[in-house]
Ligand binder design. Structure first.
Ligand code: SAH
Ligand code: SF4
Ligand code: F3S
Length: 439
């Protein structure tokens, strides 16, 4: 019997893919290895959204080369977004000749067969599909277990934001049929899941490619009707496609959590236009106002890019100003990283690293101050927390999240893991709330 180990980089799309790969392998009799060093097959699920993500993968492959020289039977497989880029497989073969199998994002269901081919041929194999096939439903999956689960509602992306590689490596947007999604959520709930995260690169455009009246709001209504399910999250929302109808629906549905991840990317209209985002800062302000009006207590988080080609000090000041005005609960901040084949990579005015670093620093300082102030305002409040486990650093502390997606640590017995509890917030930090269970 063979054992496998998976290493996942990047976003929840990859996390979900690796759950399916684990399911496919276990169906063929593989078992999860107790440790990386013990595995017969090591699978890397890669990300290429920024250069740094790719460097991490090559760093890891360097370490694995040493493992492979000790154990020549070890099979190393690399898939995910990075290998799906044109020319990436050839490049990987040169830079990391010890990789046995390279596959892409559109053919993960082929993985068990490809691994057999590698063992049989005893030579490296590469299989990457140029385009997305039909959605393959009913694949087995092995989730991390527990009370939370990821559910993909759509694959790919049609937006072609000028900086972004995702549409090239994940293909065109394809929505899963609502009945398949509802069935999957129902099965998860039957297995004890209380919270689902509905995943898509742009959940707001869900259903546009399906026949009939279905859209994201209708899908949420259907999922909200599943008995036993307690919380619904969704990611990612695109500001351009967030309609008032959807906001009204969100406010009616009791299971949908009061958290919106709403990437704005930049605060300057000139840069937003160059990014091909399809909204202005003024549109964004209106949307935030509507969200806060209809969803009391909603937390709003975002993604921001600094150092986009041609970004002036004035453009960057507009980003700082937007962040100050909106008061995000939290933000993921990134330095622009040119991606081969994207429109922005060919724009003039690429900025030096020092400028990007300096802007990132200023942006992070501002956001950290805001995050902390937002958290401090919660001290004394009672909040519902879904307990996910114990804190990594302190096993006496339980760890979970509020409906607004705030991380909370509090002392309590292990029996509370997997349960919804009321917690009073006693202390606030930038990234963390501390509290105590309300009797
Ligand atoms: N579909 C989602 C997220 C996609 S990638 C969305 O539309 O928001 C996650 C984040 O990575 C993006 O929101 C963006 O902030 C960042 N990102 C994408 N491409 C990037 C690039 N080339 N350089 C720096 N950051 C990038
Ligand atoms: Fe990339 Fe834009 Fe699609 Fe998000 S919406 S995945 S940033 S192209
Ligand atoms: Fe996700 Fe990275 Fe691919 S962000 S979709 S794993 S390029």
């Amino acid at each position: 019997m063979k054992s496998y180990w998976t290493i996942v980089y990047g976003c929840q799309m990859n996390e979900r893919d690796s759950e399916i790969i684990a399911g496919l392998l276990e169906e063929r009799g593989y078992t999860r290895a107790p440790a990386l060093e013990k595995a017969d097959v090591i699978i890397l699920h890669t990300c290429c959204v920024r250069e740094k993500a790719e460097n991490k993968v090559y760093g890891k492959l360097g370490q694995l080369a040493r493992l492979k020289s000790k154990n020549p039977d070890l099979i190393i497989a690399v898939g995910g977004c990075m290998t799906q880029q044109p020319g990436a497989a050839e490049e990987m073969r040169q830079k990391a000749p010890h990789v046995d199998l390279i596959y892409g994002t559109h053919n993960i269901h082929e993985l068990p067969n490809l691994l057999e081919r590698v063992s049989f041929l005893r030579q490296p194999v590469a299989s990457i599909w140029d385009t997305e096939g039909e959605i393959v439903e009913g694949l087995p999956h092995r989730t991390a277990g527990g009370v939370k689960a990821l559910v993909t509602i759509s694959y790919g992306c049609n937006n072609f934001c000028s900086y972004c590689i995702v549409p090239y490596v994940r293909g065109r947007e394809r929505s899963r049929r609502p009945e398949d999604i509802v069935k999957e959520v129902q099965e998860l709930v039957d297995d004890g899941v209380l919270e689902v995260m509905l995943l898509g690169q742009n959940v707001n455009s869900y259903g546009r490619d399906l026949p009939g009246e279905i859209d994201f709001a209708r899908l949420l209504e259907m999922v909200n009707g599943i008995e036993g399910l307690r919380r619904i999250r969704y990611m990612t929302s695109h500001p351009r496609d967030f309609t008032l109808d959807l906001i009204r629906t969100l406010s009616r549905l009791d299971k949908v959590c009061e958290h919106v991840h709403l990437p704005v990317q930049a605060g300057s209209n000139r840069i937003l236009e160059l990014m091909n985002r399809g909204y202005t800062r003024e549109d964004y302000f209106v949307l935030v106002d509507n969200l806060r009006r209809h969803l009391p207590g909603v937390s709003i988080t975002t993604d921001l890019i600094v150092g986009f080609p041609g970004e002036t000090e004035e453009d960057f000041a507009a980003t700082l100003d937007l962040v100050e005005r909106v008061q995000f609960d939290n933000a993921f901040t990134f330095m622009y990283s040119p991606r081969r084949g994207t429109a922005a990579a060919g724009l003039p005015g690429q900025l030096p690293l020092e400028v990007k670093k300096e802007r990132l620093q200023r942006l992070m300082e501002l956001q950290n101050r805001i995050s902390r102030a937002k958290n401090e305002a919660l001290v004394g409040r009672e909040m519902e927390v879904l307990v996910e486990g114990t804190s990594e650093n302190d096993p006496t502390q339980l760890s979970g999240r509020t409906r607004t997606h705030k991380l909370v640590h509090f002392p309590g017995s292990q029996e509370l893991i997997g349960k919804l509890v009321q917690v009073r917030i006693t202390q606030a930090q930038t990234w963390l709330l501390k509290g105590e269970v309300v009797a």
